[in-house]
Design a protein around this ligand. Structure first.
Ligand code: KG4
Ligand code: ZN
Length: 805
């Protein structure tokens, strides 16, 4: 960087709606003001991920600004289209990290109010954002010469309900909900000029300036403006969570199935039980009341009070259960004991804790902290930013606990309790746990790199970063030009999906945006240490690579937008990688010399394929599944047995203790002569067997069922792999995908390869499931071929492996 050049530029953008709004300004620290240098709005029509970087680049050029002078990136946090907001945030996180700039978020609604202020509008204004599904995000403001005042926190409501909420008076309406509801809202006030129904870059900068002047943000403060911390505004849970909440609130016929709850979060748990966390189910209301009676004295709620509170739309409850360890449990699968709960009320951007208790016998296990973490995560998605609660003045242990969570004692509520004891009021920012990254544990895979760098490296090797977000793991890895993996990190979201019995796309996208910057930062930190290059930055990298296909669109988009922002800011080329090709390359991790032609079996929750690798980059899919994927079959059988998700690991553990010949399950297409698979018949057959046994009143032998099911899967897998090897004449056989972690399958392949005189390669367990090291290995080949993607590229849910890209 040129030392003469000031780092005083701010770049702001918003893609929460159908418009890409971008603005570039100059920050004046003396007056805390922002001078707008250029500003532009471009229609995006659901394509902001392909157009945004170009829009930013063009605007920087028109303002004659160099990327090196960017001190601060600002992005609109919504509310708006979830994907639109995430594209904005992901790009902004990448851009800020690549420029070494801070990242600040502003409300998309505030930016719109400021825009109206700028054109001279004063008085009452209501901004109405389109929330889809016949809903809107209304915010009321008062505008005077001094600026804007926001009168309510973010909420979502039906457009018809908004008519009453907005009322009818001398007020001006704006926001993109007007495109749909102008007529519906026509009696509520005057519509502003249509040019301001969407946010403008100018409005974003004015909103930023206001936050700067009020001291809420500092565009130059790297700690406060850490890109990893910024999150979107949602105002509602994902549909899966919301439906679960509604179902649980009225659940009068309990199954009390606890196996799919979130496990863990109680680090001190003794070995004979696990703690599982779930939103509170009405079936447990009586248990809550019992525990209340034990610990709350005269302030205890009874069952009716709990049942009355649960279904309210502004309430949120979580519970902790002690469940016996899976393998010690025999008959009563899923039975457990309620050992703690928390209930809260979300109002005006605050989570007010109504109830929190843990069973005295289960104290000091970290349960209360995890309950607070869980309820805070939900409250945050529902629009809360703060937490408030009352604590007995005499409960000094609790005071310390809440202070530890970052809350402060702000005063007393006299005679708050029924026994006339005073309460202290504790309040503070929502204490969402920062356990590793975004509430997820990081898995740091041991990499093969030597760690013997002695002096500060003067020459950094060529490095490639890889990002992977195609499903439910947020992963990043760094590789050097020799193919040495220098960092390999995975943040698994499994805790957030398991209770739904599978990956929930909206939750996956939400977790990716939370974790992506932190995971990438951690990778950089590790490489700095490994290479003894403390000043290494993203601009020192040779390329940034990312999985662009196939996978969940909303999840892929986060990784791609982040990678684009980072690559653009660092001035390095972007490489797109096909995820399935990554699984093939994962075999290189432990066996660098594998050479095509090879046959690869890819078996995961979403894929079942036999691939002929003719050459690196040249693939022929020999066969796939006609219905369920292998991993899916494991998961469904596990579910039928009342086991948790994912099912593969549990089934394979049970199978190890069972008799694979005990039950004859079908081996579909075993003799079909082709290389296609079909798993749904097997799955149905297992389920029918379970039903029959149960109807006959016989006790299920989980071990034999698991072993017999697994054997049926393996028989077909091995037979088809054998045919594929014979047909292609390949002398190398490789594996990939989560199911490749199955020990019995591995053993069967070992035997088969020995018989055929074929070399078997299996990725290390950690590289069978999704990871970014495998993406980095593909990217390295692409880099050597100088095959780059441009910034207009898009994700693809179904890009076939056989087509070159
Ligand atoms: O590759 P992966 O992590 O994610 C995708 O589906 O892309 O694979 C997860 C799948 C799940 O269906 C899980 O049940 C299965 O792999 N799996 C296993 C085993 N470990 C994981 N299946 C059988 N045996 C295992 N040991
Ligand atoms: Zn995968």
């Amino acid at each position: 960087m040129n030392n003469q050049q000031a780092k005083d530029i701010v770049v702001a953008f918003d893609t929460a709606n159908e418009i890409i709004a971008v603005s570039v300004g100059r920050l004046d620290t003396q007056t805390k003001s922002i001078t707008v240098l250029a500003s532009k709005e471009t229609p995006a029509f659901r394509a902001s991920n392909t157009k945004l970087i170009q829009c930013i680049d063009d605007l920087l050029a028109s303002a004659s600004v160099q990327k090196e002078s960017i001190a601060c990136v600002v992005c609109g946090r919504g509310p708006g289209s979830f994907t639109g907001v995430r594209i904005c945030l992901a790009t902004a996180k990448g851009l800020a990290m690549g420029c070494g700039a801070t990242l600040q978020g502003v409300s998309t609604s505030d930016a719109q109010a400021w825009q109206l202020w700028e054109i001279g509008i004063r008085g009452s204004v209501v901004v109405l954002g389109d929330a889809m599904r016949k809903e809107v995000y209304p915010v009321r403001y008062e505008l005077d010469d001094a600026g804007i005042e926001r009168l309510n926190s973010d909420v979502v409501m039906k457009a018809t309900a908004a008519v009453e909420w907005v009322g009818s008076s001398e007020q001006i309406l704006c926001g993109d909900a007007l495109y749909k509801y102008a007529e519906l809202l026509s009696d509520c006030g005057a519509l502003c000029d249509e040019a301001y129904w969407h946010p403008t870059g100018f409005g974003l900068l004015l909103a930023t300036q206001a936050l700067w002047r009020s001291g809420e943000i500092d565009p130059f403060d790297v700690k406060q403006g850490n890109p990893a911390l910024l999150l979107p505004v949602y105002t509602r849970l994902s549909d899966a969570e919301e439906h679960e909440r509604q179902r649980f609130a009225v659940n009068q016929a309990p199954e009390k199935d606890l196996l799919s709850g979130v496990q863990g979060g109680a680090p001190n748990t003794p070995a004979d039980f696990v703690v599982r966390y779930q939103p509170l189910d009405a079936a447990w209301a009586e248990s809550v009341a019992n525990l209340e009676a034990r610990v709350m004295g005269s302030d205890a709620w009874n069952t009716v009070q709990v049942l009355d509170d649960l279904p309210r739309s502004d309430r949120c409850w979580w519970a902790a259960y002690a469940v016996e360890d899976e393998f010690k449990r025999s008959v009563e699968f899923g039975q457990g004991t309620l050992i703690g709960y928390v209930g809260g009320w979300i109002v005006d951007g605050q989570l007010q804790i109504l109830k929190i208790a843990t069973d005295p016998e289960y104290r000091r296990l970290g349960i209360a902290k995890e309950l607070i973490n869980r309820i805070s995560l939900d409250a945050r998605d529902l629009g809360a930013t703060e937490l408030t609660l009352e604590v007995r003045v005499s409960n000094t242990g609790a005071h310390a606990f809440y202070e530890d969570l970052g809350l402060s004692n702000i005063g007393k509520r006299p005679r708050y309790y029924s026994d006339r004891e005073d309460a202290f009021i504790f309040t503070g920012p929502l204490p969402v746990s920062n356990r590793d990254v975004a509430g997820m544990h990081l898995r740091i895979n041991e990499s093969s790199a030597e760690t013997e760098a002695l002096s500060v490296a003067t020459e950094v090797p060529e490095l490639i970063l890889a990002i992977e977000t195609s499903c439910d793991e947020t992963a990043a890895a760094v590789i050097d030009a020799d193919g040495t993996i220098l960092a390999d990190i995975v943040a698994s979201q499994i805790d957030f999906h398991s209770r739904f019995g599978g990956v929930v796309p909206e939750i996956a996208s939400r977790k990716h945006i939370e974790a992506i910057a932190g995971v990438a930062e951690e990778c950089l930190a590790q490489v700095r240490i490994k290479l003894n290059a403390p000043n290494l930055t993203w601009s020192d990298f040779a390329s940034i690579s990312v999985t662009y296909a196939p996978g969940l669109v909303g999840a892929l988009v986060v990784g791609l937008a982040f990678a684009k922002g980072l690559a653009f800011a660092s001035g390095v080329p972007l490489i797109g990688v096909n995820h399935l090709e990554g699984h093939i390359y994962a075999n290189k991790i432990d066996q660098a010399d594998i050479t095509p032609p090879m046959v690869v079996s890819l078996v995961s929750g979403g894929h079942t394929m036999l691939v002929h690798v003719k050459d690196w980059g040249s693939y022929e899919t020999l066969g796939t599944t006609l219905d369920d994927a292998v991993g899916e079959a494991f998961d469904k059988v596990a579910k039928a047995l009342g086991l948790g998700y994912p099912g593969g690991p549990i089934i394979s553990k049970l199978a190890a203790q069972g008799n694979p010949k005990a039950i004859k399950f079908p081996r579909a297409l075993l003799h079909s002569g082709d290389l296609q698979f079909s798993l749904s018949g097997l799955k149905t057959s297992v389920m029918t067997y379970i039903q029959k046994e149960q109807q006959a009143g016989r006790e299920l032998n989980q071990f034999d069922i698991a072993a017999s099911f697994q054997a049926a899967v393996i028989d077909v897998q091995v037979a088809k792999a054998r045919t594929a090897l014979e047909q292609t004449g390949a002398k190398e056989f490789c594996l990939g995908g989560g199911v490749a972690a199955n020990p019995a399958l591995r053993a069967a392949y070992e035997q088969m390869c020995e018989q055929l005189g074929v070399r078997l390669t299996m990725p290390p367990m950690s590289a069978c499931t999704d990871n970014a090291a495998m993406i980095a290995l593909v990217a390295l080949d692409r880099y050597k071929q100088q095959k780059f993607f441009d910034f207009t590229c898009d994700v693809s849910a179904h890009a076939p492996l056989d087509e070159a890209y």
